[in-house]
Ligand binder design. Structure first.
Ligand SMILES: C[S@@+](CC[C@H](N)C(=O)[O-])C[C@H]1O[C@@H](n2cnc3c(N)ncnc32)[C@H](O)[C@@H]1O
Length: 246
C-alpha cells in the first residue's frame, strides 16, 4: 500500500503532506533536544525544501515548503481567535474546495488569451468555458463578441457566485461539474485547467463534439494528441493556446 497510496493519483498533494509531516517530526525532535521553537524550524525547513527538490514536480513547491512551517509557527504566535482560522478555512473551501479531487486550482486567463479569443472565434459560434472560474472569459467575450452564444460551468461556490453577479442573463452560467454536461451543441470548447483532467476531458469532447468544432486548451496538453495549431501568447509565463479541430 505505501508507495501506491501516497504516490498514486494525486501524488503532489500527498507528497506535500508527507514531507510536511516528517518536517514536523524534525521540529519536534529539535524542541525535545532543547532547541528554541523558532530555531527548531531550521532543520524542518531544510528537510522539506530538500525533499521537495527530490520528490515534487515544479519549483513552486519549493517556495511553498520553505514558507509553510514558518507561517504556521508565526501565525500560532499571533494569538488570533480560532474563529479567524475557521473563516479563512471557509473562504478557502469555497474557492478551492474541489482541488483535492479535481486537481485544478483557480487562476484566470490573461489579456493575451482573451484578445486572441475575441479576434479569432468563428462568427456566431456557441462557446463553452469548462471550469469557468469567476467568468472572466465569458464576461470579456460578452462585451467584445455579442454574436457568440456563451455558456460556462464552474463547480467551486465562490468563483461561481462572483460569475453569477458579474455576468448578464444572456450568458448560460451554471454551477456544477462539466463532466456531467453534454458538449454536443458546442462549437468551441475552452478549457484552462491543469494536466490532471486533460485526457478524460479530451475523450469526452471527442465523443460528444461534432466534426469541425474546436477544442482549445490554454497551456495544458492532451497526452499523445498533437494540436492542429499552437498559438504563442508571448506572455511572461510562455503561455500557449492549443487548438484541435475535431
Ligand atoms: C484555472 S481556472 C480557469 C478559469 C477560467 N476558465 C479562466 O480561464 O479564467 C479552472 C477552474 O476550473 C474549475 N473546475 C475544475 N474542475 C472542474 C469540474 N470538473 N467542473 C467544473 N469546474 C471545474 C476550478 O474550480 C477552477 O475554478
Amino acid at each position: 500500500m505505501g508507495q501506491s497510496f501516497f504516490f498514486s493519483q494525486r501524488p503532489q498533494v500527498r507528497r506535500f503532506l508527507l514531507i510536511q509531516l516528517v518536517g514536523a517530526l524534525f521540529w519536534l525532535s529539535g524542541v525535545l533536544l532543547d532547541m528554541s521553537a523558532s530555531a527548531a524550524l531550521l532543520p524542518a525547513i531544510l528537510w522539506s525544501v530538500t525533499a521537495s527538490l527530490r520528490w515534487q514536480a515544479g519549483r513552486w513547491w519549493l517556495v511553498i515548503h520553505a514558507l509553510f512551517a514558518p507561517l504556521v509557527f508565526f501565525a500560532s504566535q499571533l494569538d488570533l481567535a480560532p474563529g479567524w482560522y475557521l473563516l479563512a478555512f471557509g473562504i478557502s473551501w469555497l474557492v478551492f474546495g474541489h482541488v483535492a479531487s479535481s486537481g485544478v486550482p483557480l487562476y484566470l486567463s490573461n489579456r493575451q488569451a482573451l484578445t486572441w479569443l475575441s479576434e479569432q472565434l468563428p462568427h456566431g459560434a456557441s462557446f463553452m468555458d469548462v471550469g469557468a472560474g469567476t467568468g472572466t472569459v465569458l464576461a470579456w467575450l460578452a462585451r467584445t463578441r455579442p454574436d457568440l452564444s456563451l455558456s460556462g460551468i464552474e463547480h467551486a461556490w465562490l468563483p461561481w457566485l462572483i460569475g453569477k453577479l458579474r455576468l448578464s442573463a444572456s450568458v448560460d452560467w451554471q454551477r456544477g461539474d462539466y463532466r456531467r454536461v453534454s458538449f454536443a451543441g458546442v462549437d468551441v470548447l475552452y478549457a484552462f485547467l491543469s494536466p490532471v483532467p486533460m485526457l478524460e476531458l479530451w475523450q469526452k469532447a471527442r465523443q460528444e463534439m461534432r466534426a469541425g468544432s474546436w477544442f482549445i486548451s490554454n497551456t495544458f496538453e492532451v497526452p499523445g494528441e498533437e494540436p492542429d495549431e499552437i498559438i504563442e501568447l508571448n506572455d511572461w509565463k510562455h503561455g500557449r493556446l492549443l487548438l484541435w479541430r475535431m
